[in-house]
Design a protein around this ligand. Structure first.
Ligand SMILES: [Zn+2]
Length: 264
């Protein structure tokens, strides 16, 4: 049951906006992805599609329907006034998207009165609202708040596994830039990974897609936006195959075949 919440929903398959819950507790980069899922119009059926105007604005942190609540610079906690502001805002219908997403950074830094105010919102959440509580420490939240949220955990142990996976993800994008021979050599290494490292690699690679997409906007990367969005779709498919216990050799082969460039 590692990485599964009480509803039996694992991390990866929850990116379907038709099944979006109204509140999540997540760690790390997943919060941003989830907020994109909430506003995305789903070009081609996958969310976040990375292609629609909503995804574009979300990536540039200018989507009017994504609000981030963080500790004020002079405060050690998220205070109740901030949650009261949120409460006023949340009843207003979305500006552009079908949903409004609220990311609460370091959600465990909400003090008790802030959490109680937040609980009132969670008890009767407007249909268009999605709350994303970002925290590495969910046990610090009130049990009443926690029980109303779906907890999404990464399936792997953090730390050493994470850094190995991030290194692989960075090498993956380097191989993507360097062309077929490097890519094929990389895939042979990929298929020899432990299953849990492979799973961590897929998550890390998807986070790298987001980072690289930002870099393409500032023009300092050689991979095109089209290649990145296509790569993300391939990674999603690889994750689905992995969930179905397809062997790593087959999955690596699929990734490789889908990414090989026609070299003239
Ligand atoms: Zn989109």
């Amino acid at each position: 049951m590692d990485g599964m919440n009480s509803n039996g929903v694992g991390t990866r398959q929850s990116f379907d906006s038709n099944r979006l819950s109204h509140a999540y507790i997540v760690a790390g980069g997943l919060a941003e992805t989830l907020s994109m899922v909430a506003v995305c119009s789903g070009v081609g059926g996958t969310k976040p599609c990375m292609l629609c105007a909503h995804c574009d604005k979300a990536l540039r942190h200018i989507h009017p329907d994504i609000t981030v609540v963080s500790k004020l610079p002079d405060k050690r906690e998220i205070v109740v006034e901030q949650i009261r502001e949120l409460k006023k805002d949340v009843i207003v219908v979305p500006n552009e998207a079908d949903k409004k997403a609220y990311i609460i950074n370091e959600a465990d830094s909400m003090n008790t009165s802030a959490q109680n105010a937040f609980l009132q919102i969670l008890e009767e959440p407007p249909k268009h609202a999605v709350f994303i509580l970002k925290t590495e420490n969910p046990v610090a939240l009130l049990p009443t708040v926690r029980s109303r949220c779906m907890e999404l955990k990464d399936r792997h142990e953090p730390d050493t596994l994470d850094s190995a996976a991030v290194d692989m993800a960075i090498e993956f994008f380097a191989a993507l830039e360097q062309g077929n021979a490097t890519l094929i050599a990389f895939m042979f290494r990929l298929e020899k990974l432990e299953k849990n490292v492979f799973s961590a690699f897929l998550s890390a690679a998807r986070e790298q897609v987001l980072l690289n997409l930002r870099a393409t906007m500032s023009g300092d990367i050689g991979i095109s936006r089209e290649t990145l969005t296509r790569t993300d779709k391939i990674l999603i498919r690889a994750g689905e195959m992995h969930d179905l216990n397809v062997g790593l050799g087959h999955i690596s082969g699929m990734i490789c075949a889908s990414l090989l460039r026609a070299e003239s």
